[in-house]
Design a protein around this ligand. Sequence first.
Ligand code: PMP
Length: 288
Amino acid sequence: RAAAEALIWLDGRVVAAAEATVPVLTHSLHYGSAVFEGIRVYDGRIFENEAHMQRLLQSARLLGYELPYTVGDLCGAAERLLAEMGLRDAYIRPLAWRGSEDIDITGANTQPRVMIAAWAWPNYYGGSDAEPSVRLTRAPWVRPAPDMIPLQSKASGHYVAATLNRQYAKQKGFSDCIVLDAQGRVVEATVANIFLVKRGRLVTPKPDGCLDGITRQRVLALAREAGIEAEVTDIYLDDVANADEVFLTGTAVEVMPVVQVDEHAFAIGPVTRTLRAAYDVLTGKRPA
Ligand code: PMP
């Protein structure tokens, strides 16, 4: 096959993207019960493939359905797709959903389906003086409470608010939103976790109100290795305003400095730089 041809791994087969279609009576299309992942590929190596596929299975389980694959099956499927598409620096998007066998809202008689897509995502080495950074504004839509919807499930339904928040940010000329919960605690950005640095120490929200991101967990481990203290606690907008550094973590944004949150400006500081460099070594983006 030609390297650039768009292919989809769909329920065990690799097919042309045009053939990968779903019926309009798909349960998940109506009720938001799909679950998905975002995975990065650095120079041909799928980064954290297992952790993401494990979370995909768990996300479906939290919504009451079981995918008919093991973590190993799904990791292998992603590897196969990548090889067939000839991609080396890429983004992989697995999606699982309840099928079209039963439109009843319980979804009880639906068959689980899985697809994996991939597209090129160039990895620029972040060593130039044009450092990437983002500016955030307060989100108009709050994150639901943990008793409203299973927050550790990366369920499509969650991303209704993310879409609205991101649109709002763009309209205001910002890159993204800082998302609060109904109690006014800062929980995350639309698709990334948030960290503050205060007097050399890291502060990040407890993972009860946010997705406990894989990058968040790796960055906390890297901080430990680097001797940087970390506190996992409730944070409020005042804490953000008084922080020395602010950064986001996520598969897509990696370790991303935040240079503005509404009227507050932040410099890109030493702790952010240290952790970003360490994360870049982990991904293979930067030589060890
Ligand atoms: N929060 C939300 C709501 C997200 O969608 C993501 C992206 N998966 C993250 C945080 C960051 O998670 P990860 O580091 O696992 O990509």
